[in-house]
Design a protein around this ligand. Structure first.
Ligand code: FUL
Length: 491
């Protein structure tokens, strides 16, 4: 190496040593916990509704079904987990106990469980089998312990039942390794015995026993129910929320679907929906078509939420072939849309930059830690994408680095018309959050502009995607008709 080259490199080194980085901007509260961040990064979880209802063709079991009905001849939790993993789900959540009170693990606090069933001669434990399959495959495990218990005699006696429920919860959270999510709800039939659930105590115990878990309920504390069972979030969807405004078992669906831009708590939403009409498997029901799953994906993951898709194992103890087929199509369809981010071909620029490491080019890199930050005190926040050749596209993706808080309240995309050279609005959206996906009729252009309109604090953008969804474009997706020009003002 010549002296000159040495001098050149050492001056570069001393330059990088002597030029400190520009600090990150201040996060804006409320902020996600590390458990909530990890949960959100997972994007999709698979719900597994399984129990006596699977064998009695019912949804809300009475709690009186004889345990002998539970006898899945081919139960294989490894198959459930493998399908979940192959289809892109990061977690599985099992109904350890549904409303009928039957426990899928041999609880020491009741006889109404697998141990009274003929399955594996009463020695089986579905929770244990699933826990070991999930650990083996490296995907997270969640458990649903229904508060409403139609079997146990203690139900209706507040202190007695809370003791019973917490004892069962303790079994679940101490015997099966790491639990990533605890799922509970306020569902209860008309005219049921009145009683109080000691939620605050339950939540403390759960966090004590499984500090890595998020707790799901209508009102959080960590993850909120979206307010419907169709898997659809509001087109405005904040992770901000006021927990005091929501009561478990009695929530305002609109408030849950939209969240609250002025909320004091960070409680992102989970969109639960079943692949079939029922939550439990029924011989006469079929799975939804792939186009429907894609719609739900856009309306949940694409609206800053997590998609919790229920895929119920059948009475032989396996996930049915028809369901596997749709899940495979779903995975392939997503892959065909999102594998090719056209924005990567663009030259990216912005209206301003906060400093060196916050440049606009960061929006092409996956991950939360790299993002575009504009200079402070600006009135306009714009990102420009210039392509060498015109590109055809019909999907926009925008993401915020949510560890810094949720900021964007509205934005739109513009394109320069290839023929007239004039700027035209393509689509408008309100909140962004972890991920926002918007669909619109196919467009073609060489120049695009993402304009952030309203914010809670200076906007930070961590990712931009521009995609061509050929499936919806070709008309094979029956829901295509819903993507009309009326959606261009998606507010
Ligand atoms: C509801 C329950 O009543 C349904 O049976 C199902 O488990 C659904 C996911 O939650 O509250």
């Amino acid at each position: 190496m010549s002296l000159l080259t040495l001098l050149f490199f050492s001056s570069l080194l001393s330059l990088s040593k002597s030029t400190p980085l520009k600090p990150h901007p201040l996060p804006i509260t409320p902020l996600p916990s590390s458990q909530q961040l990890q949960w959100q990064l997972g994007s999709m979880s698979m719900f597994l509704h399984f129990g006596p209802n699977t064998f009695t063709d019912s949804e809300w079991g009475t709690g009186k079904a004889d345990p002998s009905v539970f006898n899945p001849a081919h139960l294989n939790a490894t198959q459930w987990v493998q399908i979940a993993k192959d289809s892109g789900f990061s977690r599985v959540i099992l109904t350890a106990k549904h409303h009928d009170g039957f426990c899928l693990w041999p609880s020491d606090y009741t006889d109404y469980s697998v141990k009274s069933s003929p399955w594996r001669n009463g020695t089986g434990d579905v929770v244990a089998e699933l826990a070991s399959a999930a650990a083996e495959a490296g995907i997270g495990l969640g458990l649903y312990l229904s508060p409403w218990d139609r079997h146990d005699g203690a139900y209706g006696k507040t202190v007695e039942y809370n003791e019973f429920y917490l004892s069962q919860m303790t079994e679940l959270l101490t015997k099966y390794g790491e639990i990533k999510e605890v799922w509970l709800d306020g569902a209860k039939g008309e005219g049921e015995k009145d009683m109080e659930y000691y939620f605050t105590t339950w939540f403390s115990l759960i966090h004590q026993l499984q500090p890595g878990a998020v707790i799901f309920s209508d009102a959080g504390p960590d993850v909120r129910w979206i307010g419907d069972e169709a898997g659809v979030a509001g087109s405005t969807c904040w992770s901000l929320f006021n927990r005091t405004n929501a009561k478990i078992g009695d929530t305002d669906p609109l408030y849950s679907q939209q969240g609250d831009g002025f909320g004091q708590d960070w409680v992102p939403a989970e969109c639960d929906v079943s692949i079939r009409p029922g939550w439990f498997w029924h011989a006469l029901e079929s799975p939804k078509p792939v186009a429907k799953l894609l719609d739900i994906y856009f309306n949940s993951v694409g609206r800053n939420c997590l998609f919790l898709l229920n895929v119920p194992p059948n009475s032989s103890g396996l996930i049915s072939e028809e369901d596997i087929k749709v899940l495979k199509e779903f995975r392939e369809l997503k892959q065909s849309i999102f594998a090719n981010n056209l924005a990567r071909k663009a030259f990216i620029n912005s209206s301003s930059v906060r400093g060196g490491q916050f440049g606009a080019e960061n929006v092409l890199e996956e991950g939360l830690d790299k993002y575009w930050a504009p200079e402070e005190k600006q009135k306009e926040w714009e990102l420009y994408l210039e392509f060498r050749d015109p590109v055809s596209f019909n999907v926009l993706e925008v993401r915020e680095p949510i560890q810094m808080g949720q900021r964007v309240a509205s934005f739109h995309l513009e394109m320069r018309n290839v023929k007239s050279g004039k700027w035209e609005r393509v689509v408008r959206g309100t909140t962004v959050g972890f991920k926002r996906l918007l669909r619109f009729p196919r467009c073609e252009s060489r120049s695009l502009k993402l304009v952030v309109e309203k914010v809670r604090a200076d906007p930070l953008i961590s990712y931009i995607g521009i995609y061509m969804d050929k499936f919806s474009d070709s008309g094979r997706n029956s829901s295509k008709i819903t993507i009309t020009r009326t959606l261009l003002n998606d507010s």
